[in-house]
Design a protein around this ligand. Structure first.
Ligand SMILES: Nc1ccn([C@@H]2O[C@H](COP(=O)(O)OP(=O)(O)OP(=O)(O)O)[C@@H](O)[C@H]2O)c(=O)n1
Ligand SMILES: C[C@](O)(CO)[C@H](O)COP(=O)(O)O
Length: 229
């Protein structure tokens, strides 16, 4: 059986969300965002090695939160870094030697579908990588520095989500480089090695909770999930 791990990165401060409590700990329909995300991965496969990357200073707070919510899904804590890239790298460095596949996922994307995670592991096992993306619904304009804007054919673009799942051997090699500005996700780190990434379909509700209005939408999605059960 292939040894799988999932690194859920939640080492950020949520500056665009604002507020006294970082967004990854905020309750959505009564359950903190990170507990929701951990649960989805756990239900895909309870044997997945779950790694949660948090700011080191939040470890105690998180452990207390788990007690308060009686949250018992097993996971390991790893200290985050100053950027998402560094947080992911810390997570990769904590993988057990026998791990063959790793899904890297934003902790603040609690509505990823189990089917997307499952497909990401299947495709990454065959192709080396699997990056969840969705098509655009709106038209797009490309901006130029001179203030002009131009039509672009939206069928050639995709919005990038997580999970981004990889063969461990390859993604660890890819992350053993100096951080570059274009490393806004893990696919860009992988392709920096000259390797082509493989895209899979994500799910529309798999939003990255980023700004306050996302919390309203998150409440809506959580309520819908409950009524669809
Ligand atoms: N040093 C960092 C920065 C970000 N992240 C994580 O990467 C994911 C995507 O980042 P983003 O949505 O930008 O989160 P924040 O950095 O927390 O938000 P902001 O940019 O608004 O401060 C989040 O789960 C975030 O916690 C991380 O693990 N370590
Ligand atoms: C990884 C990511 O969620 C893919 O869309 C995104 O690049 C993270 O960006 P952020 O600026 O760190 O939120």
């Amino acid at each position: 059986m292939t040894k799988k791990a999932a690194i859920l990165v939640a080492g950020g401060r949520g500056s665009r969300m604002g507020g006294p409590v970082a967004k990854q700990y905020l309750p959505v329909a009564g359950e903190p965002v990170l507990m929701r995300t951990l649960s989805v991965f756990y239900h895909v496969d309870p044997a997945i090695d779950l790694i949660l990357v948090l700011p080191q200073n939040d470890f105690l707070y998180w452990k207390e939160l788990c007690k308060d919510y009686q949250f018992t899904i097993p996971h390991r804590l790893v200290a985050g870094g100053n950027s998402r890239f560094q947080s992911v790298r810390n997570g990769l460095n904590s993988l057990k030697p026998e791990t063959e596949l790793v899904a890297i996922h934003d902790g603040v994307r609690p509505f990823v579908k189990q089917e997307v995670i499952e497909e990401s592991f299947e495709v990454a096992a065959r192709a080396g990588s699997a990056i969840a993306v969705i098509a655009l619904k709106d038209s797009i304009r490309k901006l130029r520095d001179d203030g002009k804007s131009f039509y672009e054919e939206r069928q050639y673009f995709r919005l990038v989500q997580t999970p981004q799942t990889f063969l461990v051997e390859k993604i660890k090699k890819a992350f053993a480089v100096t951080e570059l500005q274009q490393f806004t996700d893990d696919a860009t780190v992988y392709e920096n090695q000259g390797w082509q990434v493989t895209l899979i379909s994500g799910n529309a509700e798999n939003i990255k909770i980023t700004t306050p209005e996302d919390m309203d939408y998150a409440e809506f999605i959580a309520a819908k999930q409950l009524s669809d059960r």
